[in-house]
Design a protein around this ligand. Structure first.
Ligand code: HEC
Ligand code: HEC
Length: 320
């Protein structure tokens, strides 16, 4: 790769990092402001506070340019987009929905309709660990109604099935406990020590520390259940986080490279490899590129002993 190009790349990447960092700060500030206000009841303002706070929606969604999470649909004007969704739902055999019904459905039964280009990865926000109650869900929907439409709380009908699950969810979280109580401080050291058997920071960031081959984990326990976290470490390929799908590239020189696609345009592709390297490949040097089903995250089932595993888990569970 020639030097001027490298300089441009370094400049662009640094610029993007600073931008993403500032966006992150802005989300934090705006999120905190809303959370501090702590408005209860059902109103778009209360819903906004939940969206950028307790509901953790902002860890996956942006609204316009607000927020820094880009791996899930941007919810700007979502009440207006819902007009299109309602048509599609009708063609799929669910006629007669209003736009508010769609918003309710996308939270009550997120997998019934999956936005094109995304995976069924939206969690049940009324189940642990987010555990919003009926009033909080109603408020969030009331807030989303204002994104391209009119707020009308009376149109929001939370299905009885969901109301029942809200209380059931609390029992589920109480029933789960690790076999061994881990030490989160020791877990943190293992996580960041890239020479240890764990060395998770080779691929993950927590609060701006570490590399970005895999998803950021700063608030992972806020949206994922303990069971999911256990599975992620032992069987990483069971569920592959969207935006981090693995690809196998065979170059025209016959070289095999496996990595996560970080960026792609008409001429270039950028891959983050298992070793944490960022490789840029011109498309003309690529013979084939094919999606894989095995995550580039290795399984730690045999690498970590029981104690190390539970220490790391204890650390992850703190990342709310
Ligand atoms: C862990 C990530 C994650 C969290 C947390 C999350 N979502 Fe989502 N959401 C998704 C994904 C992925 C999709 C797209 C797939 C789908 O349609 O189910 C989605 C889809 C949606 C849609 C449909 C958007 C459209 O264009 O039709 C709405 C509305 C929505 N989410 C609202 C919320 C709200 C409100 C919260 C917080 C209470 C929330 N989400 C929390 C991942 C998340
Ligand atoms: C070689 C790079 C690499 C290493 C090392 C690595 N991971 Fe990962 N991890 C990834 C990638 C890529 C993903 C996303 C694909 C997937 O879901 O498997 C991921 C996903 C995850 C997830 C799921 C996140 C989500 O929101 O879905 C968790 C939790 C996780 N890793 C924890 C860990 C822990 C703990 C360690 C250390 C013991 C670790 N990882 C080491 C690359 C890595």
């Amino acid at each position: 790769m020639n030097k001027p190009f490298l300089n441009v790349v370094i400049f662009t990447v640094s610029f993007l990092l600073v931008f993403v960092y500032i966006c992150g700060l802005l989300t934090k500030i705006s999120g905190e402001k809303a959370a501090v206000a702590g408005i209860g009841g059902v109103s778009p303002e209360a819903g906004e506070g939940i969206f950028w706070g307790k509901g953790k929606c902002h860890t996956c969604h942006q609204v316009g340019t607000r927020g820094s999470a880009v791996r899930c649909p941007n919810l700007e004007s979502v009440a207006e987009k819902a007009l299109e969704r309602v048509k599609e739902r009708s063609e799929q055999g669910k006629p007669g929905m209003t736009t508010t019904d769609y918003l309710v459905e996308s939270i009550a039964f997120p997998n019934d309709y999956v936005v094109d280009g995304f995976k069924a990865e939206m969690p049940l926000v009324y189940a642990p660990p987010i555990s919003l109650n009926q009033e909080e869900i109603t408020a969030v929907i009331n807030y989303l109604q204002t994104e391209g439409g009119e707020a009308d709380a009376s149109a929001i009908k939370i299905p009885q099935e969901v109301v029942k699950k809200i209380s059931a969810g609390k029992e589920e979280v109480a029933a789960w406990a690790p076999y061994i109580e881990g030490d989160p401080e020791v877990g943190e050291t293992l996580f960041f020590d890239t020479k240890s058997r764990a060395g998770c920071a080779k691929c993950h960031t927590v609060k701006d520390k570490g590399e970005k081959v895999g998803p950021e984990l700063t608030t992972v326990a806020g949206t994922r259940t303990p069971q999911f976290l256990v599975e992620s470490i032992i069987k990483p390929s069971a569920v592959i986080a969207s935006g981090f799908e693995p690809y196998l590239v065979i170059t025209t020189d016959g070289e095999y490279i496996t990595g996560v696609k970080r960026f792609e345009d008409e001429e270039w592709i950028e891959l983050a490899t298992q070793e944490g390297e960022i490789i840029e490949l011109p498309k003309e040097e690529i013979e084939t590129i094919s999606p894989q089903t095995t995550s580039i995250m290795p399984s730690f089932a045999k690498t970590l002993n029981m104690e190390e595993f539970h220490n790391i888990l204890a650390f992850l569970l703190r990342l709310q």
